[in-house]
Design a protein around this ligand. Sequence first.
Ligand code: SAM
Ligand code: SF4
Ligand code: SF4
Length: 338
Amino acid sequence: MEKTIIKDKLNRPLRDLRISVIDRCNFRCQYCMPADQFGPDFEFLPRSALLTYEEIERLGKIFVSLGVEKIRLTGGEPLMRKDMPILVKKLSAIEGLSDIGLTTNGVLLPKVASELKAAGLKRVNVSLDTLNDELFGQINGRGVGTGPVLEGIEAAKQAGLGVKINMVVKKGLNDTEIIPMAEYCKKQGLELRYIEFMDVGATNGWKMDDVVTKKQIYHLLKEHFEMEPVDPAYYGEVAKLYRYKDADVNVGFITSVSESFCSSCTRSRLSANGQIFTCLFNGNGHDIRNFMRNGATDEQIAERITAIWNGRDDRYSDERTAETHKTRKKIEMSYIGG
Ligand code: SAM
Ligand code: SF4
Ligand code: SF4
C-alpha cells in the first residue's frame, strides 16, 4: 500500500495508533479509575456513542495509509467489549499494518486468548502490579486476587501470544514488589516493564513524590541481577530495555516522568467515542466520529487527520513540573486508552 508520511510541528511522523474500544472496566485501579470517583453512578459512554467495529476498521485503514504501522487496542478494559476477536480480524487484515497488540488486565484472557490469536493478534501486555493477593485486591479496588490474572497470562502463553507484563510502581504502595515481580517474570521468561506512576487525568491524586523513578528501580535491580542495555529495536520505542546476563529475558522501563521521550513520540490515540488525541495529556480531542457519521469520504477524513497531526506540538512530559498537573486540563486514561 502507498503510504503518505505525515509529520507534526516537531517533525515527528505518525507511526502508532492506540485505540480505546471501551471506557468501562471491571477493575477500579487506584491510579487509573479510583472507586470513589468511578462509582455506581458514574456515567460511562452509551453504546451508541462507541465507534462500531466497521467504523474502527475504516479509520484504521485511513490511519495506516497515513503512516501508522502499529495498532494497540486498549481501554478501559478492552476485553469487556463483546466479540473482540471480530475487531482483531478486521484490523489484522489491513494491508501495510505490521503489528497489532492489546493491553489488558488479563482477567478475561482465558476465555478469548486462543480466538484472539486465531484472529491475528500478535501480542498482549498484561498489567500486574504485585504478586501479593491482598495488595493486588486493594490496588484493583475490587478485591480480586492475582489468580485470575496469572491464569490469563498462562492462557495467552498457551495460545501462542507474545506476553509482556506492565507494572505501575507507586511509592509506598507497591515498591516492595519490584524485586519479587522481577524474579517471577524472569523465571517465567516474561518481559517486565516498570511504568513510572503518571499524572494522567485528574482523579488519581498524583504527586511527584509518589513517583519511583527508573533510576531508583534500576539501582535496586542492580543489587540482585546483572543486566546489560539492549539497543532500541526501532525509532520511537517507548521502553528503555535491559537484558539479564544469565537469561534471555528483557526487563524495561517506561520513564514518562523522569526521562521523557516526547521528541520521538509517534503515537496518536483514538477514544472509544471517536475523538483523536495527539497526546496522553490532552484535555480535548478532535472529533472524527460525527464527521464520519455525517458522510465524510475517506479522503476528507484523511485530510482532517493530516491537519490534526500537522498541527501537533504536544510535549507534555518534557514540560512537566510538580505544578503542571494541577493547572492543565487532562482527560482520564481509561477514556482515551493507556
Ligand atoms: N485495562 C487495561 C490494563 O489495565 O492493562 C488497559 C487500559 S490501562 C489504562 C493501560 C495501562 O495504563 C495499564 O498498563 C495501566 O497499568 C497503565 N496506567 C493506568 N494508570 C496509570 C498511571 N496513572 N500511571 C502509569 N500507568 C498507568
Ligand atoms: Fe481498568 Fe486498566 Fe485502568 Fe486498571 S489500569 S482501572 S484495569 S483500565
Ligand atoms: Fe507523547 Fe504526550 Fe507522552 Fe510526550 S507526553 S510522550 S507527546 S503522549
